[in-house]
Design a binder for this molecule. Structure first.
Ligand code: AQP
Length: 358
């Protein structure tokens, strides 16, 4: 017996989805649907860790992110699509993982440091425990693969640390109950049988970290106060073109080889965006545009972005008029997700020794 190949990923329903979320995550999920079982979650429990959004806005954003998944090519028949709060296994396993993970591990997370800022004492406990909930999201399904952007690398390493500690701490019970799987890559650090897989990140391609259009050293992000820093998936043609026209650049022409992008973060970012949208490598893009000025490259990038993104935007607008359709997709997804997670949680309770009297 081996772990079944299964991918899990998600996006928070906080504000508008942007080009970084699309290129770094959602667009890359589409081909995975044909490679393995896929579960895509709208992670609303994560969306309350920084602060509680307005309830109506949280609901609207949950439907909007779901619409974006479908408009981007996630097929609700092939993939499970649901919102996290509807499957209690996430919260239950997260609590157990809070007791597996060490405070020191959490304190080292750079995303926590960034988001908590100087006022760490005042950040919610949920923000500190965010990576433990993320580990639960993945391992409640024993997911073997997680397609995400580069910024999630450290959280995925922590997921593996939690899985490794659980597998080691409970190795005897796992063996006794017969709920383990032979470790596919035997190592002295892990027992022969694993309960949780050692999940592999899927972080690849030219757009694993899309940067702000205003500052090539900062990640494109929903929480950047400047709307000009990002392209939102709901932006119309004119707005997309305007944002690309106004994007920060340098005075040099584009180089003919990727090495020439070193020390030019804004140029590197725009070439990366072009490459990802055109499904080409950065080298191929520079073969075409090397030696040309931004005054020529930016209009070509704007045309490409408009051609790629606006059909999706219209589809998202259509779904906005059909909230019942979205809700029924989420309901079906939550039932299918719970059917996978619940037996896994049942085993976890047995392994730990929670008395089952039901
Ligand atoms: N700039 C980015 N480039 C590539 N991938 C990105 N992702 C986010 N930003 C970029 C990927 O999108 C997925 C979901 O992200 P999330 O919604 O969980 O939240 P986030 O990473 O916190 O997104 P933001 O925009 O940066 O939100 P704020 O501003 O609230 O922090 C993940 O796979 C992520 O890698």
């Amino acid at each position: 017996m081996t772990f079944r190949s299964r991918a899990f990923s998600g996006v928070q329903p906080t504000g508008n989805l942007h080009l970084g979320n699309y290129l770094g995550a959602v667009s890359r999920w589409v081909p995975v649907q044909d490679q393995m079982e896929t579960i895509f979650c709208v992670v609303d429990l994560h969306a309350i860790t920084a602060s509680f959004p307005d309830p109506g806005e949280l609901q609207a954003a949950t439907r909007e992110v779901t619409a974006a998944y479908i408009a981007a090519g996630i097929d609700p028949k092939k993939s499970i699509i649901f919102n996290q709060s509807q499957v209690p296994a996430h919260s239950e396993l997260a609590w157990i993982f809070n007791c597996v993970a060490r405070i020191g591990w959490m304190n080292r997370m750079t995303q926590f440091k960034d988001k908590a800022g100087k006022n760490r004492e005042n950040a919610s406990l949920g923000l500190l425990a965010y990576p433990s909930l993320m580990a639960a999201d993945i391992l409640a399904y024993k997911a073997t693969h997680v397609p995400v952007g580069d910024d999630q690398k450290q959280h995925l390493e922590l997921t593996r640390d939690i899985a490794a500690k659980f597998n080691n701490d409970f190795a005897a019970q796992v063996k006794e109950l017969g709920v383990g799987v032979p470790n596919p890559t035997p190592s002295p650090e892990l027992p022969e049988e694993l309960f949780f897989p050692m999940t592999e990140p899927m972080i690849a391609g030219p757009a694993t970290r899309i940067m702000s259009l205003r500052d090539g050293t900062k990640k494109m992000s929903k929480s950047d106060p400047s709307d000009l820093s990002r392209i939102n998936l709901i932006d119309d043609e004119d707005t997309i073109s305007k944002k690309i026209r106004k994007a920060k650049t340098d005075p040099e022409a584009l180089p003919s080889e990727v090495d020439g992008l070193a020390g030019r973060p804004e140029a590197g970012n725009l070439v990366g965006i072009y490459a990802a949208l055109a499904e080409k490598t950065k080298d191929e893009v520079l073969q075409e545009f090397g030696g040309r000025q931004f005054s020529e490259f930016k209009p070509a990038l704007a045309d490409l972005a408009v051609a790629k993104l606006t059909p999706m935007t219209s589809e998202m607008r259509r779904y906005k008029e059909e909230p019942a359709e979205i809700d029924s997709i989420l309901k079906d997804g939550a039932e299918r997700a719970a059917a996978i997670a619940e037996p896994i949680l049942k085993d976890v309770r047995k392994i730990i020794g929670f008395l089952d009297v039901r």
